[in-house]
Each structure stands twice: as structure tokens, then as C-alpha cells.
Design a protein around this ligand. Structure first.
Ligand SMILES: [Zn+2]
Length: 338
């Protein structure tokens, strides 16, 4: 079995190990696709700390080629998606629905090996069955869609309500698309005109470039003075949490969003939280992958313009080096074909 392992900061090596068979409750997967995500890049550059060696690649579309004893839900030949995060489902946090506080919480490619490899042996419970008609190049976005649905569920968003989305990166764009699907009204705020143009092409009518327009004044105008009832801010984006607070109306709910492995330290104004009776909470991933699969089946969101390129697995060391050295900011999805 071949793995492209990060052995130290900025160094990926091809490691070959003998073939293995799945144990009790496990499946062996032929990995078809994974991706280079922003957290992968942060780990590669040493900006996010991990124990070496580790195989990067958070998510996986693959095919089951062997099942271990005790596996009844899957069979050889099933197409599956493996979510980026795994939790035990048994500890008190899991049982109360707080999966991200699990005693044994793991993220593939961060604190357990990810999917820049040809075969993987994983727990069957980490797999979700994919209908054959879902394109693998779309399925690789399932964790992003799941994060978006988690944010919008936590915000308790209703039809016709405004949601200010600060950070027009890949997860922000997908959040905007899912908000549209739920018939809410996204207002996208960023400093990157290229990404804001892409948001427009995806049908997001209200976009604000905060380097050209005062976003507070614009949102005041759009919402008839009420400001946004909901606000989501990506902490690795171009808009600070402090500024995002000012886009929200009285009593608004604010989701502070990021994926595990991306850590930012920011200050934010307690005065505005108190004066405007805001509710702040953190979201760092989605747990209901089935809703996201249904969205793909129903063609609810357009993913056709959200891939930067497909790369071959043997190109990974060069591509990661290039991305790390590039002054160009990481933008869209890099899909890895294995
Ligand atoms: Zn748990």
C-alpha cells in the first residue's frame, strides 16, 4: 500500500507498506479521490501542529474492496464517502449530540492518517454509502456542504431572513449556496473581488467588497435598517470577527466558523455583544452527511465552478510546494485523483 506522508514540515515522501486486511468492523477502501484543503496546506507549512509522520487529505471518495468480520451495512463494490471527522458515538458528549467534544474526536489528515494513499483500512462506521449517480468530483465537497448545513441549522435560519456571510472562500461560497437553497437571503462580505464575482455567478445577489464599500452602511440599506438577523464569520477569512459583529441586528445569532486544524486568535468587542444582545457560538464541522448527500442527489447546489483543478496523486509533493510558496491565496478546491 502506498502513502504520500508528510514526514516533516514541507516534506512529503512516498512510503510503501505491505498489504493489510480489515479487522472486525472495518473495511478496506480503494481511494478514488481526496483533496488538498486549506487545513492540509496549513499543516504542510507548519502553521498547524501535528505529530509526524502523517498522511494528509481530509476526505475521501472510494470503493469498498474488502469487508472485515462484523460488517453488515456495506459490501464489496459499494461507492462510499468518508467524512473528515470521526467520533466514538458512545461517550457522554456524543450521546448528548455534542460530537465535536467527543473524548476520542479525530480528524483525518490532522490527528489520524488521511487519504493521500491508494488504499485505506478504516471503521465501516466512518463511511457513508454514495448513490452511483453522484459524481465523485462533487462528492468530494460533502464535508463543506455538511459544515454549511450545520451552520445554518445552528443559526436557526428561516425562509426570507438575511444572513451575513463574512469570508467568501470555498466554505463561504457553499454556505451561501445552501442558504439560497433554504430560501434565506445571503449577503456575502469579503475583500477579494474575484471570489465575490464567483458568488454573484452562483446566484448570490448581495455581495460587498469591504475595501470599496462600507459594509455596515450597505447592510443597513439592504435590510431596511434592521441589519442581518444571522451572521456567520470564517475566522481564517478576510473579515475579522469584531467587524462581523457589526453586520448583525439586535438579538442576532452569530456563528464563528472554522475547520479543525485552523487556529486563529482574535479579539472581539464584548460591548457590542452585550449592547445588541447577540448570541455567539462556534461551529467547526458538520455531522449529518446524509442531508448533504440528499442535496447532491437533488442537484440543490452548483459545484461546477468550485474546483481549481484535478491533480494526480504523484504530483502532490510538487503541487503542495508550489501552493505553499505561491503568494496567491489558496482559493478553490484542488481535487486529487488517485
Ligand atoms: Zn464520543
Amino acid at each position: 500500500m502506498k502513502s504520500w506522508k508528510l514526514t516533516s514540515q514541507g516534506s512529503i515522501e512516498l512510503i510503501t507498506t505491505p498489504s493489510e486486511t480489515p479487522g472486525f468492523g472495518q473495511v478496506k477502501i480503494k481511494v478514488e479521490k481526496t483533496s488538498i484543503s486549506l487545513p492540509d496546506l496549513m499543516i504542510y507549512m507548519g502553521k498547524s501542529k501535528v505529530d509526524y509522520p502523517i498522511t494528509l487529505g481530509r476526505n475521501c471518495v472510494g470503493m469498498i474492496i474488502e469487508t472485515g468480520p462484523g460488517v453488515e451495512d456495506f459490501k464489496r463494490g459499494d461507492k462510499v464517502y468518508v467524512c473528515a471527522k470521526k467520533y466514538c458515538g458512545q461517550c457522554p458528549a456524543c450521546k448528548s449530540g455534542h460530537y465535536f467534544l467527543c473524548d476520542d474526536f479525530k480528524t483525518f489528515g490532522y490527528n489520524t492518517d488521511g487519504f493521500m494513499r491508494d488504499f485505506a483500512i478504516i471503521d465501516a462506521s466512518d463511511c457513508a454509502l454514495l448513490p452511483e449517480r453522484i459524481d465523485s468530483n462533487e462528492a468530494i465537497f460533502l464535508d463543506h456542504i455538511s459544515l454549511a448545513t450545520q451552520v445554518l441549522t445552528a443559526l436557526k435560519i428561516n425562509k426570507g431572513e438575511y444572513v451575513a456571510i463574512s469570508g467568501c472562500g470555498l466554505p463561504g461560497l457553499i454556505l451561501g449556496e445552501v442558504a439560497l437553497y433554504l430560501q434565506a437571503i445571503p449577503i456575502m462580505i469579503d475583500t477579494d473581488s474575484k471570489m465575490l464575482s464567483l458568488a454573484k455567478r452562483l446566484g448570490i445577489y448581495y455581495t460587498i467588497n469591504s475595501t470599496e464599500t462600507n459594509p455596515e452602511e450597505k447592510i443597513f440599506h439592504i435590510t431596511g435598517g434592521k441589519m442581518a438577523k444571522h451572521s456567520a464569520v470564517f475566522t481564517s477569512g478576510n473579515i475579522s470577527v469584531e467587524q462581523a459583529l457589526s453586520f448583525a441586528g439586535i438579538g442576532a445569532r452569530i456563528a464563528v466558523v472554522e475547520r479543525p486544524g485552523i487556529v486563529t486568535k482574535q479579539k472581539c468587542g464584548i460591548d457590542i455583544i452585550q449592547n445588541n444582545c447577540l448570541s455567539l457560538f462556534g461551529v467547526n464541522g458538520g455531522t449529518n452527511i446524509q442531508i448533504s448527500i440528499n442535496m447532491l442527489v437533488n442537484r440543490a447546489i452548483d459545484l461546477s465552478t468550485l474546483s481549481e483543478m484535478n491533480v494526480r496523486i504523484d504530483e502532490i509533493p510538487d503541487i503542495m510546494k508550489e501552493l505553499a510558496e505561491s503568494t496567491r491565496k489558496y482559493h478553490l478546491q484542488y481535487i486529487v485523483d488517485i
